[in-house]
Design a protein around this ligand. Structure first.
Ligand code: HH2
Length: 269
C-alpha cells in the first residue's frame, strides 16, 4: 500500500504533493514501483495535528482519486462524508484510523458499498496521543480493541472478509510499545484477518537510527520484513520500490520453508 498524502503538513512529505497533478503523478509512480493499493489522505494524523473541515478534505482528495488509474484506491479518512464521495469517485477501500469511532455510520457505508476497510488502533486522538501513553499489556489491549471494533463493524453489516486490522504503529505508543507490537504481531494475526502495518518513516525509527524523516527507508524496510515474518500482509509505505523488493525476498524465503518455526509455533518432529 503506497501512501499519497495530499496535505500541507504530513509528517514526512507534507506539502510535497499538495497540488493535484503532483499527487496523481506520485500515485502512478508508486503503482509502477509495485503498489497494489494507493492510500490517498487529505488530513494529517501526525502527533499534534488538528482536524480540518470536511470541505477542505474533499477539495484535496477527490480530484486526486479521480485522476488515478491502475491500482485499488484507498481513502484514508475518519469522516463519513469524505468516504462517501471518495467511493463515488472510484475508491474501493476505506482506511479509518479511528476504526469507526469518529463516525460510527461509516461502518454502514462500508457495508452498503461492499468495500474493504482497515480498522486501526489509536490511543486517544492525534492532538494528544503521544502524551504518556500507557497500557496494561500493549498487545493484549490492542488485540481486545481490534476484536471489539471488528464485532462492531460486523454488527453494522460489514462482512468479516472485508475487514483488515492494524495495530496503529506510532498512534499513542512509545518506542518500546512499537517494538513489542512488531515482535508479537503473530498474536494479532491470530484474530484471523489480514494485518496491516504502517511503520513508514515514523519517529521511532528516527529515535533508533538517528536519521531524519526522509532517510528512514532502510529502517522502514527492516520493520516490514520483520512484520512479514510475523504474519502481516499489508504494508503501508512511502517508499514502495525498496519495500517491494524486500518483501519479494521475504515471501520467497518463507514460502519455500513453510515450516520455519516462529516465536510461538511448536514443532512436532
Ligand atoms: N499511519 C499514518 C496515516 N494513516 N493508516 C493506517 N492504516 N496505518 C498507519 O500506520 C497510518 C495510517 C501516518 O502516516 P502519514 O500518512 O505518512 O502521515 P500523516 O498522518 O502526517 O499524513
Amino acid at each position: 500500500m503506497g501512501v499519497v498524502n495530499v496535505t500541507p503538513d504530513s509528517f514526512s512529505d507534507g506539502g510535497v504533493f499538495d497540488d493535484d497533478a503532483a499527487a496523481i503523478a506520485h500515485a502512478h509512480r508508486l503503482i509502477a514501483e509495485g503498489a497494489e493499493i494507493v492510500d490517498v489522505g487529505g488530513e494529517s494524523t501526525r502527533p499534534g495535528a488538528a482536524p480540518i473541515p470536511v470541505e477542505e478534505e474533499l477539495e484535496r482528495v477527490i480530484p486526486v482519486i479521480e485522476g488515478i488509474s491502475g491500482a485499488r484506491i484507498s481513502i484514508d479518512t475518519m469522516k463519513l462524508a469524505v468516504a462517501e464521495k471518495a467511493l463515488d469517485a472510484g475508491a474501493g477501500y476505506v482506511n479509518d484510523v479511528t476504526a469507526f469511532r469518529h463516525d460510527p455510520e461509516l461502518a454502514g457505508l462500508v457495508a452498503d458499498r461492499g468495500v474493504d476497510c482497515c480498522l486501526m488502533h489509536m490511543l486517544g486522538e492525534p492532538r494528544t496521543m503521544q502524551d504518556d501513553p500507557r497500557y496494561d499489556d500493549v498487545v493484549d489491549d490492542i488485540k481486545a480493541f481490534l476484536e471489539e471494533r471488528m464485532a462492531f463493524a460486523v454488527k453494522a453489516g460489514v462482512r468479516e472478509e472485508r475487514i483488515q486490522l492494524d495495530p496503529g504503529i506510532g498512534f499513542g505508543k512509545t518506542l518500546e510499545h512499537n517494538l513489542e507490537l512488531l515482535r508479537r504481531l503473530d498474536e494479532l494475526v491470530a484474530l484471523g484477518r489480514p494485518i496491516v502495518v504502517g511503520t513508514s518513516r515514523k519517529s521511532f525509527l528516527g529515535r533508533l537510527t538517528g536519521r531524519d524523516v526522509t532517510e528512514r527507508v532502510h529502517a522502514t524496510v527492516a520493520t516490514n520484513v520483520i512484520a512479514y515474518e510475523r504474519g502481516a500482509r499489508v504494508f503501508r509505505v512511502h517508499d514502495v520500490a525498496a519495500t517491494r523488493d524486500a518483501l519479494e525476498v521475504a515471501a520467497a524465503t518463507f514460502a519455500r520453508w513453510p515450516q520455519t518455526p516462529t516465536r510461538t509455533s511448536t514443532t512436532t518432529s
